[in-house]
Design a protein around this ligand. Structure first.
Ligand SMILES: Cc1cc2nc3c(=O)[nH]c(=O)nc-3n(C[C@H](O)[C@H](O)[C@H](O)COP(=O)(O)O)c2cc1C
Length: 363
């Protein structure tokens, strides 16, 4: 661990872009691009960050600043600052400790971690690793029966909030994944894999850790009745066959006793439907530009949603948050808190748990 803490200490790592660079150096192209890339021309991915850069502060100076209290409460979860760790599917690919390390880092920093359905670790282990709140993100990839079993396990384990992602009717068209041979690499067929294998030889540290971890694991939280855990390679097809619709929310409210937050809202219309569906909150999100390209940057979509919601439920946002000042901008525009995805996942890829919340960073 000390080696990793040193690896992410200043001056080598001062901001998220530094973590991104380190992740690129440690991860094979297929893994780094899975994390870093977006859908099609990646316009939305870029716009998410550009929108933050384009928004400027209107400061009031000559004001004494007492100790800042950043604590907040989001859907009943007490947080020490207004940023949660977003669900990042199969984080175990970035580092063997994956979701467990991210949850532990979130807890240590006093914030919440949202576990993706597409997790390489058991949800019980992830919850046990964190001293903070943990939420569960749901896809219906295994059908309703598999989802009900996972939600019951999550409830028993102490997950407090359910985040239902509505923007993944099919897996996004990610051109970098096609170039890197991601599907071929996951096929397990040596002949198909062969042309794409050299990228791993230049990343021996990652490769050794990946092999020691036993390679690609099945999904321990998606148990298909009669078949067992779902294989990672089956996820893309399963996503396409399992769209979450507004009709599903009635059933979800019956099987999940806690608050439900709808992730993937970009318009006032969908915010209204979320309220009608009984949601306690919405997350203004375009999936970090990984799903439908050419949708607006989330910071630009936020005001319409905030206006329609009008304080009836909580509004969170994600997409493009890379700095503390981005969090402040989102809150100024009406969000209660933000989620960060790539910002911590780069750290996970660069240095495991030490990179999620570098202990040497100023707080
Ligand atoms: C590698 C990766 C995997 C993701 N997997 C999921 C997922 O399984 N479920 C989900 O709801 N969102 C997923 N997301 C989207 C994030 O939860 C979040 O909406 C997005 O990362 C926010 O944008 P940012 O990365 O610019 O912070 C993923 C994002 C990344 C980068």
């Amino acid at each position: 661990m000390t080696r990793w803490i040193r690896a992410v200490a200043p001056p080598r790592v001062v901001n998220i872009e530094d973590l991104r660079r380190l992740a690129q150096r440690r991860l094979p192209a297929a893994v780094f691009d899975y994390l870093d890339g977006g859908a099609e021309g990646e316009s939305t991915l870029k716009e998410n960050c550009r929108a933050f850069d384009a928004l400027t502060f209107r400061p009031r100076n000559a004001i004494a600043v007492p100790n800042c209290d950043l604590r907040t409460k989001v859907l009943g979860s007490e947080l020490s600052f207004p940023a949660l760790l977003a669900p990042v599917g199969y984080s175990r690919m970035m580092h063997p400790d994956g979701e467990v390390a991210a949850a532990r880092g979130a807890g240590a920093a006093g914030t919440a971690y949202i576990l993706s359905t597409i997790s390489g670790h058991k949800l019980e282990d992830v919850k046990a690793a964190s001293s903070g709140p943990v939420w569960y993100q749901l896809y219906l990839v295994g059908g309703r029966e598999a989802a009900e079993a996972a939600l019951e396990r999550a409830r028993v384990a102490g997950f407090s909030v359910l985040a239902v992602t509505i923007d993944t009717g099919t897996a996004g068209m990610r051109e970098r994944d096609v170039r890197n041979g991601t599907a071929e690499l996951m096929s397990g067929k040596l002949l198909a894999m062969l042309p794409f294998l050299p990228q791993f030889l230049s990343r021996p540290g990652w490769l050794m850790a990946f092999l020691r971890d036993g390679g690609i694991h099945k999904l321990p939280n998606v148990i298909i009745p009669g078949c067992g855990p779902m294989a990672l390679i089956d996820v893309a097809a399963a996503l396409a066959g399992s769209v979450v619709t507004w009709q599903d929310f009635q059933w979800l409210r019956a099987v999940w006793p806690g608050p439900i937050v709808v992730k993937g809202v970009l318009t006032g219309d969908d915010a209204r439907r979320s309220i009608d569906a009984g949601a306690a909150g919405v997350i203004v999100s375009n999936h970090g530009g990984r799903q439908l390209d050419s949708v607006p940057a989330t910071l630009r979509a936020l005001p319409e949603v905030v206006k329609v919601v009008d304080g009836q439920i909580e509004v969170l946002m994600d997409g493009g948050v890379r700095r503390g000042s981005d969090i402040v901008k989102a809150i100024c525009m009406g969000a209660r808190a933000v989620l960060v995805g790539r910002a911590y996942a780069y750290g996970l890829g660069a240095a495991g748990e030490a990179g999620v919340v570098p202990p040497t960073w100023p707080t």
